[in-house]
Design a protein around this ligand. Structure first.
Ligand code: MN
Length: 199
């Protein structure tokens, strides 16, 4: 199929790791190159709770797993491990990945919005191992940096900017997409059943 033929190698890892007959995650297909600079932070209760930080760059989502969460005070640094690129359609994925599947566990769209890179080519900056950007999210607002550590997939996500920045104006722990909690997202049918039982 033409769509598969045009699939860039950057989404092969994503597709190889998943069984799309079993997970509701979107199948990876590269989108047309856009000028969009969206971001998403997905809270992911896999075997270890972590936050997946994803930036839209050149038609895919460049992705990092941040085990300790997004730093919110100026100068704070958190380890961010680069993982496989994800398809743009992953930007509004939330719900339960079945146990036993890659990344099995609950996913919540914890924050979403746009980012403003400090240079015209975030792709080049990432290739060079340094990207500075401002997030305009529903929860997060302000400047961060990503800096690659020597020779690998390990980066640091660093809070930059000023102390006066408004961070996390909405600190509740519900989805920025559906306002659901992790329990509700994990529950699926059970949540609906128990609710209707109460009605
Ligand atoms: Mn994850």
């Amino acid at each position: 199929m033409a769509r598969n033929a045009s699939l860039k190698s950057s989404l092969k890892d994503y597709n190889r790791k998943r069984d799309f007959a079993k997970t509701a995650e979107p199948k990876g297909a590269r989108a047309a190159r856009t000028e969009g600079h969206r971001f998403v932070i997905q809270k992911h209760a896999a075997s270890h709770l972590h936050y997946d930080f994803r930036l839209e760059v050149d038609g895919t989502l460049k992705s990092w797993a941040v085990p300790k969460g997004i730093p919110i005070r100026k100068g704070e640094k958190r380890l961010a491990v680069q993982v496989e690129d994800h398809p743009l359609s992953y930007i509004d994925f939330e719900g339960a990945i079945p146990k036993g599947q890659y990344g099995g566990g609950t996913v919540m769209v914890w924050d979403r919005g746009t980012f403003e890179p400090s240079s015209p080519s975030p792709a080049k900056d990432l290739a060079a191992g340094k990207l500075r950007f401002v997030l305009h999210g529903q929860k997060l607002e302000g400047e961060w940096h990503l800096v690659r550590m020597r020779g690998g997939k390990q980066w640091l996500l660093i809070k930059g900017g000023s102390d006066q920045e408004a961070i996390s104006t909405k600190q509740d722990d519900t989805s920025a997409l559906s306002w659901k909690t992790m329990d509700q997202l994990a529950g699926g049918d059970n949540v609906r059943k128990s609710r209707s039982a109460l009605e």
